[in-house]
Design a protein around this ligand. Sequence first.
Ligand SMILES: Cc1ncc(COP(=O)(O)O)c(C=O)c1O
Length: 370
Amino acid sequence: MSTSIPYVNLSHRQHPQREQMLQAVAGVLDSGQFILGEETERFEQEFAVFCGARYAVGLNSGTDALILALRCLGIGPGDEVITAPNSYLASASCIALAGAVPKFADVRDDLNLDPEAVARAITPRTRAIIPVHLTGKPAAMKELSALAQERGVELIEDAAQAVGAALHGKPVGSLSRIGCFSLHPLKNLNACGDGGMLVTDDESVWQRARLLRNHGQPSRNDCLEFSMVSRLDSIQAAILRVKLRHLEAITASRRANAERYRLRLAACRRLQCPVDGPGEFCVYHTFVVQADKRDELVQYLQTQGIGTAIHYPVPIHLMTVGRRLGHREGDFPVCERLAGRILSLPIYSELSGQQIDAVAQAILDFYKTN
Ligand SMILES: Cc1ncc(COP(=O)(O)O)c(C=O)c1O
Protein backbone atom coordinates (compact mmCIF):
# COMPACT_ATOMS: atom_id res chain seq x y z
CA MET A 1 0.00 0.00 0.00
CA SER A 2 1.32 3.50 -0.76
CA THR A 3 2.01 5.56 2.37
CA SER A 4 -0.91 7.84 3.17
CA ILE A 5 0.63 9.35 6.32
CA PRO A 6 4.33 9.72 5.61
CA TYR A 7 6.78 10.03 8.49
CA VAL A 8 7.91 13.41 7.17
CA ASN A 9 7.05 15.63 4.25
CA LEU A 10 9.79 18.08 3.36
CA SER A 11 8.38 19.44 0.11
CA HIS A 12 7.78 23.18 0.22
CA ARG A 13 5.22 23.02 -2.60
CA GLN A 14 2.39 23.93 -0.24
CA HIS A 15 4.41 25.65 2.46
CA PRO A 16 2.37 28.50 3.98
CA GLN A 17 5.35 30.88 3.73
CA ARG A 18 6.40 29.79 0.24
CA GLU A 19 5.86 33.23 -1.33
CA GLN A 20 7.70 35.03 1.47
CA MET A 21 10.62 32.64 1.12
CA LEU A 22 10.76 33.06 -2.65
CA GLN A 23 10.83 36.83 -2.20
CA ALA A 24 13.58 36.58 0.39
CA VAL A 25 15.65 34.40 -1.95
CA ALA A 26 15.11 36.87 -4.80
CA GLY A 27 16.43 39.64 -2.55
CA VAL A 28 19.64 37.69 -1.97
CA LEU A 29 20.03 36.87 -5.68
CA ASP A 30 19.76 40.58 -6.47
CA SER A 31 22.18 41.59 -3.72
CA GLY A 32 24.98 39.37 -5.02
CA GLN A 33 26.03 38.69 -1.42
CA PHE A 34 25.92 34.91 -1.06
CA ILE A 35 28.07 34.00 1.93
CA LEU A 36 27.57 35.53 5.39
CA GLY A 37 26.62 39.16 4.62
CA GLU A 38 23.67 41.19 5.82
CA GLU A 39 21.03 38.42 5.81
CA THR A 40 23.24 36.12 7.88
CA GLU A 41 24.08 38.88 10.35
CA ARG A 42 20.42 39.75 10.80
CA PHE A 43 19.51 36.12 11.24
CA GLU A 44 22.30 35.70 13.80
CA GLN A 45 20.94 38.62 15.81
CA GLU A 46 17.36 37.37 15.64
CA PHE A 47 18.37 33.82 16.52
CA ALA A 48 20.43 35.03 19.51
CA VAL A 49 17.40 36.95 20.82
CA PHE A 50 15.18 33.89 20.29
CA CYS A 51 17.58 31.76 22.36
CA GLY A 52 18.09 34.35 25.08
CA ALA A 53 21.80 34.54 24.25
CA ARG A 54 24.01 37.56 23.53
CA TYR A 55 25.69 36.19 20.42
CA ALA A 56 25.05 33.72 17.60
CA VAL A 57 27.39 32.52 14.86
CA GLY A 58 25.96 31.14 11.60
CA LEU A 59 27.69 27.98 10.39
CA ASN A 60 27.48 25.24 7.82
CA SER A 61 25.94 22.61 10.09
CA GLY A 62 25.16 21.56 13.63
CA THR A 63 28.12 19.20 13.48
CA ASP A 64 30.43 22.15 12.78
CA ALA A 65 28.85 24.10 15.65
CA LEU A 66 29.82 21.27 18.01
CA ILE A 67 33.35 20.94 16.61
CA LEU A 68 33.88 24.69 16.84
CA ALA A 69 32.46 24.84 20.38
CA LEU A 70 35.09 22.33 21.48
CA ARG A 71 37.85 24.13 19.60
CA CYS A 72 36.79 27.50 21.04
CA LEU A 73 37.31 26.06 24.51
CA GLY A 74 40.72 24.64 23.60
CA ILE A 75 39.57 21.02 23.84
CA GLY A 76 41.50 18.57 21.66
CA PRO A 77 44.15 15.84 21.71
CA GLY A 78 44.62 14.19 25.10
CA ASP A 79 41.18 15.28 26.33
CA GLU A 80 38.01 13.29 26.96
CA VAL A 81 34.48 14.55 26.43
CA ILE A 82 31.35 12.76 27.70
CA THR A 83 28.14 12.53 25.69
CA ALA A 84 25.07 10.32 25.18
CA PRO A 85 25.45 7.00 23.30
CA ASN A 86 21.84 7.06 22.02
CA SER A 87 22.22 10.34 20.12
CA TYR A 88 22.75 11.05 16.47
CA LEU A 89 26.31 10.15 15.49
CA ALA A 90 27.44 13.81 15.30
CA SER A 91 27.23 14.23 19.10
CA ALA A 92 30.22 11.87 19.33
CA SER A 93 31.97 12.41 15.99
CA CYS A 94 32.43 16.13 16.77
CA ILE A 95 34.56 15.10 19.76
CA ALA A 96 36.81 12.87 17.66
CA LEU A 97 36.97 15.50 14.91
CA ALA A 98 38.18 18.06 17.46
CA GLY A 99 40.99 15.57 18.29
CA ALA A 100 39.61 14.44 21.67
CA VAL A 101 38.22 11.03 22.77
CA PRO A 102 34.44 10.49 22.94
CA LYS A 103 33.31 8.89 26.21
CA PHE A 104 29.76 7.81 26.86
CA ALA A 105 27.47 7.66 29.87
CA ASP A 106 24.14 5.87 30.10
CA VAL A 107 20.82 7.66 29.74
CA ARG A 108 17.60 7.74 31.74
CA ASP A 109 14.28 6.37 30.66
CA ASP A 110 13.46 9.80 29.16
CA LEU A 111 16.36 9.26 26.69
CA ASN A 112 18.55 12.03 28.11
CA LEU A 113 21.91 11.70 29.92
CA ASP A 114 21.77 10.33 33.46
CA PRO A 115 23.75 12.80 35.64
CA GLU A 116 24.78 10.00 38.02
CA ALA A 117 26.20 7.97 35.15
CA VAL A 118 28.01 11.06 33.89
CA ALA A 119 29.54 11.61 37.33
CA ARG A 120 30.90 8.04 37.23
CA ALA A 121 32.35 8.55 33.74
CA ILE A 122 34.41 11.63 34.67
CA THR A 123 38.17 11.01 34.78
CA PRO A 124 41.13 13.37 35.27
CA ARG A 125 41.20 13.75 31.45
CA THR A 126 37.56 14.83 31.14
CA ARG A 127 37.34 18.40 29.84
CA ALA A 128 33.67 18.70 28.91
CA ILE A 129 30.20 17.17 28.97
CA ILE A 130 27.92 17.47 25.95
CA PRO A 131 24.33 16.79 27.04
CA VAL A 132 21.96 16.28 24.12
CA HIS A 133 18.42 17.64 24.34
CA LEU A 134 17.29 14.56 22.45
CA THR A 135 13.87 14.62 20.74
CA GLY A 136 13.52 18.31 21.72
CA LYS A 137 13.37 17.55 25.45
CA PRO A 138 15.73 19.49 27.74
CA ALA A 139 18.41 17.36 29.39
CA ALA A 140 18.86 17.41 33.18
CA MET A 141 20.76 20.69 33.01
CA LYS A 142 20.43 21.66 36.66
CA GLU A 143 22.15 18.49 37.86
CA LEU A 144 24.67 18.51 35.00
CA SER A 145 25.59 22.18 35.56
CA ALA A 146 26.18 21.50 39.25
CA LEU A 147 28.29 18.46 38.36
CA ALA A 148 30.31 20.35 35.74
CA GLN A 149 30.97 23.16 38.16
CA GLU A 150 31.95 20.82 40.99
CA ARG A 151 34.33 18.80 38.80
CA GLY A 152 35.72 21.76 36.85
CA VAL A 153 34.63 20.67 33.37
CA GLU A 154 32.94 22.60 30.58
CA LEU A 155 29.31 22.13 29.56
CA ILE A 156 28.27 22.44 25.91
CA GLU A 157 24.66 21.82 24.85
CA ASP A 158 23.87 19.75 21.80
CA ALA A 159 20.58 21.53 21.11
CA ALA A 160 20.46 20.31 17.49
CA GLN A 161 16.98 18.82 17.98
CA ALA A 162 15.63 21.33 20.46
CA VAL A 163 15.32 24.84 19.04
CA GLY A 164 12.62 26.62 21.05
CA ALA A 165 12.67 24.19 23.99
CA ALA A 166 13.08 25.59 27.49
CA LEU A 167 13.75 24.52 31.05
CA HIS A 168 12.06 26.52 33.83
CA GLY A 169 11.40 29.23 31.26
CA LYS A 170 15.01 29.49 30.02
CA PRO A 171 15.63 28.53 26.39
CA VAL A 172 17.97 25.66 25.64
CA GLY A 173 21.25 26.79 24.15
CA SER A 174 21.53 29.42 26.88
CA LEU A 175 21.74 26.89 29.71
CA SER A 176 25.50 26.41 29.36
CA ARG A 177 28.56 28.23 28.05
CA ILE A 178 27.88 27.28 24.42
CA GLY A 179 24.74 26.01 22.69
CA CYS A 180 24.87 24.24 19.32
CA PHE A 181 21.97 24.01 16.88
CA SER A 182 21.34 22.25 13.59
CA LEU A 183 19.23 23.91 10.90
CA HIS A 184 19.12 20.77 8.74
CA PRO A 185 15.97 20.33 6.59
CA LEU A 186 14.57 17.79 9.08
CA LYS A 187 14.81 20.11 12.08
CA ASN A 188 11.96 22.23 13.54
CA LEU A 189 13.65 25.41 12.27
CA ASN A 190 14.91 24.12 8.95
CA ALA A 191 16.95 25.51 6.09
CA CYS A 192 16.60 24.30 2.51
CA GLY A 193 20.06 22.80 2.79
CA ASP A 194 22.65 22.50 5.54
CA GLY A 195 23.01 25.07 8.29
CA GLY A 196 23.97 25.37 11.94
CA MET A 197 24.30 27.89 14.72
CA LEU A 198 26.45 28.38 17.79
CA VAL A 199 25.15 30.63 20.57
CA THR A 200 26.96 32.03 23.59
CA ASP A 201 27.02 34.89 26.10
CA ASP A 202 30.81 34.79 26.14
CA GLU A 203 32.31 37.46 23.93
CA SER A 204 35.67 35.67 23.60
CA VAL A 205 33.94 32.47 22.41
CA TRP A 206 31.89 34.52 19.94
CA GLN A 207 34.99 36.19 18.51
CA ARG A 208 36.90 32.92 18.29
CA ALA A 209 34.02 31.05 16.62
CA ARG A 210 33.79 33.79 13.99
CA LEU A 211 37.51 33.49 13.35
CA LEU A 212 37.55 29.69 13.21
CA ARG A 213 34.59 29.45 10.82
CA ASN A 214 36.55 31.48 8.30
CA HIS A 215 39.98 29.87 7.85
CA GLY A 216 41.25 31.46 11.07
CA GLN A 217 41.63 34.71 9.15
CA PRO A 218 40.96 37.96 11.03
CA SER A 219 41.61 39.82 7.75
CA ARG A 220 42.40 38.97 4.16
CA ASN A 221 46.16 38.87 4.55
CA ASP A 222 46.61 37.16 7.86
CA CYS A 223 45.79 33.82 9.46
CA LEU A 224 46.05 33.31 13.22
CA GLU A 225 45.61 29.53 13.11
CA PHE A 226 44.66 27.06 10.39
CA SER A 227 40.96 26.33 10.43
CA MET A 228 38.00 25.11 8.46
CA VAL A 229 35.53 27.07 6.40
CA SER A 230 32.01 26.84 7.79
CA ARG A 231 29.77 29.79 6.98
CA LEU A 232 26.03 30.10 6.72
CA ASP A 233 24.88 31.00 3.20
CA SER A 234 22.86 34.19 2.76
CA ILE A 235 20.11 32.33 0.88
CA GLN A 236 19.65 29.93 3.78
CA ALA A 237 19.74 32.80 6.27
CA ALA A 238 17.06 34.67 4.30
CA ILE A 239 14.81 31.58 4.26
CA LEU A 240 15.46 30.92 7.94
CA ARG A 241 14.57 34.51 8.87
CA VAL A 242 11.12 33.96 7.36
CA LYS A 243 10.70 30.63 9.14
CA LEU A 244 11.93 31.89 12.52
CA ARG A 245 8.96 34.28 12.61
CA HIS A 246 6.63 31.25 12.51
CA LEU A 247 8.57 28.89 14.76
CA GLU A 248 6.47 29.48 17.85
CA ALA A 249 3.32 28.55 15.94
CA ILE A 250 5.01 25.43 14.58
CA THR A 251 6.13 24.43 18.07
CA ALA A 252 2.61 25.00 19.41
CA SER A 253 1.15 22.71 16.79
CA ARG A 254 3.77 19.99 17.42
CA ARG A 255 2.94 20.20 21.13
CA ALA A 256 -0.78 19.99 20.39
CA ASN A 257 -0.16 16.92 18.21
CA ALA A 258 1.81 15.33 21.05
CA GLU A 259 -1.05 15.97 23.46
CA ARG A 260 -3.57 14.44 21.04
CA TYR A 261 -1.46 11.26 20.74
CA ARG A 262 -1.22 11.08 24.54
CA LEU A 263 -4.99 11.35 24.94
CA ARG A 264 -5.77 8.80 22.23
CA LEU A 265 -3.18 6.32 23.51
CA ALA A 266 -3.67 6.87 27.25
CA ALA A 267 -5.39 3.52 27.77
CA CYS A 268 -2.75 1.51 25.94
CA ARG A 269 -0.50 -0.26 28.47
CA ARG A 270 1.85 -1.66 25.82
CA LEU A 271 3.20 1.67 24.68
CA GLN A 272 4.41 4.76 26.58
CA CYS A 273 4.17 8.26 25.15
CA PRO A 274 6.72 10.94 26.05
CA VAL A 275 5.63 13.78 28.36
CA ASP A 276 7.01 17.14 29.45
CA GLY A 277 8.79 16.62 32.76
CA PRO A 278 8.54 19.21 35.57
CA GLY A 279 9.67 22.64 34.33
CA GLU A 280 10.25 21.31 30.81
CA PHE A 281 8.92 22.86 27.62
CA CYS A 282 9.52 20.15 25.00
CA VAL A 283 9.33 20.93 21.27
CA TYR A 284 8.83 17.34 20.02
CA HIS A 285 11.34 17.39 17.20
CA THR A 286 10.53 13.70 17.31
CA PHE A 287 7.67 12.01 19.17
CA VAL A 288 9.39 8.90 20.46
CA VAL A 289 7.15 6.30 22.07
CA GLN A 290 8.41 3.17 23.80
CA ALA A 291 6.58 0.18 22.39
CA ASP A 292 6.26 -3.55 23.11
CA LYS A 293 6.83 -5.66 19.96
CA ARG A 294 8.25 -2.54 18.31
CA ASP A 295 9.42 -4.18 15.08
CA GLU A 296 6.09 -5.96 14.48
CA LEU A 297 4.28 -2.69 15.15
CA VAL A 298 6.44 -0.91 12.55
CA GLN A 299 5.53 -3.61 10.00
CA TYR A 300 1.84 -3.36 10.81
CA LEU A 301 1.78 0.44 10.58
CA GLN A 302 3.55 0.18 7.24
CA THR A 303 0.77 -2.07 5.91
CA GLN A 304 -1.69 0.63 7.06
CA GLY A 305 0.19 3.28 5.08
CA ILE A 306 1.72 4.92 8.16
CA GLY A 307 5.37 5.90 8.09
CA THR A 308 7.53 5.76 11.22
CA ALA A 309 11.24 6.02 11.99
CA ILE A 310 13.67 4.90 14.69
CA HIS A 311 15.99 7.45 16.29
CA TYR A 312 18.32 5.57 16.57
CA PRO A 313 18.30 1.79 16.17
CA VAL A 314 22.05 1.25 16.79
CA PRO A 315 23.64 3.15 19.69
CA ILE A 316 26.91 4.87 18.78
CA HIS A 317 28.97 2.71 21.15
CA LEU A 318 27.83 -0.40 19.24
CA MET A 319 28.72 0.96 15.79
CA THR A 320 32.12 0.02 14.37
CA VAL A 321 33.61 3.31 15.61
CA GLY A 322 32.31 2.65 19.13
CA ARG A 323 33.53 -0.95 19.23
CA ARG A 324 36.95 0.34 18.14
CA LEU A 325 36.90 2.48 21.29
CA GLY A 326 36.53 -0.78 23.24
CA HIS A 327 32.77 -0.90 23.75
CA ARG A 328 30.49 -3.92 23.60
CA GLU A 329 26.91 -5.00 24.35
CA GLY A 330 25.97 -4.38 27.96
CA ASP A 331 28.08 -1.25 28.45
CA PHE A 332 25.04 1.06 28.62
CA PRO A 333 22.04 -1.12 29.55
CA VAL A 334 19.33 1.56 29.59
CA CYS A 335 20.40 2.93 26.21
CA GLU A 336 20.51 -0.59 24.75
CA ARG A 337 17.11 -1.58 26.14
CA LEU A 338 15.55 1.60 24.78
CA ALA A 339 17.10 1.04 21.34
CA GLY A 340 14.82 -2.00 20.94
CA ARG A 341 11.66 -0.17 22.07
CA ILE A 342 11.80 3.35 20.67
CA LEU A 343 9.64 4.38 17.75
CA SER A 344 9.16 7.86 16.27
CA LEU A 345 5.60 8.62 15.13
CA PRO A 346 4.75 11.38 12.60
CA ILE A 347 4.51 14.69 14.53
CA TYR A 348 4.99 17.52 12.00
CA SER A 349 2.84 20.62 12.29
CA GLU A 350 0.89 19.98 9.06
CA LEU A 351 -0.64 16.73 10.40
CA SER A 352 -4.40 16.96 10.89
CA GLY A 353 -6.22 15.77 13.99
CA GLN A 354 -7.81 13.01 11.90
CA GLN A 355 -4.41 11.79 10.77
CA ILE A 356 -3.18 11.59 14.36
CA ASP A 357 -6.35 9.75 15.34
CA ALA A 358 -5.76 7.32 12.47
CA VAL A 359 -2.20 6.58 13.63
CA ALA A 360 -3.37 6.13 17.22
CA GLN A 361 -6.25 3.86 16.14
CA ALA A 362 -3.91 1.70 14.06
CA ILE A 363 -1.66 1.28 17.11
CA LEU A 364 -4.64 0.29 19.30
CA ASP A 365 -5.80 -2.17 16.61
CA PHE A 366 -2.34 -3.75 16.50
CA TYR A 367 -2.23 -4.36 20.23
CA LYS A 368 -5.74 -5.91 20.21
CA THR A 369 -4.35 -8.92 18.39
CA ASN A 370 -0.68 -8.87 19.38
C1 LIG B 1 21.48 15.46 18.28
C2 LIG B 1 22.15 15.95 17.04
N1 LIG B 1 23.39 16.47 17.12
C3 LIG B 1 24.03 16.96 16.04
C4 LIG B 1 23.44 16.93 14.79
C5 LIG B 1 24.22 17.42 13.62
O1 LIG B 1 23.60 18.44 12.92
P1 LIG B 1 23.86 18.62 11.34
O2 LIG B 1 23.17 17.50 10.63
O3 LIG B 1 23.30 19.97 11.05
O4 LIG B 1 25.34 18.58 11.15
C6 LIG B 1 22.16 16.40 14.65
C7 LIG B 1 21.50 16.36 13.34
O5 LIG B 1 20.84 15.47 12.95
C8 LIG B 1 21.50 15.89 15.80
O6 LIG B 1 20.26 15.37 15.71
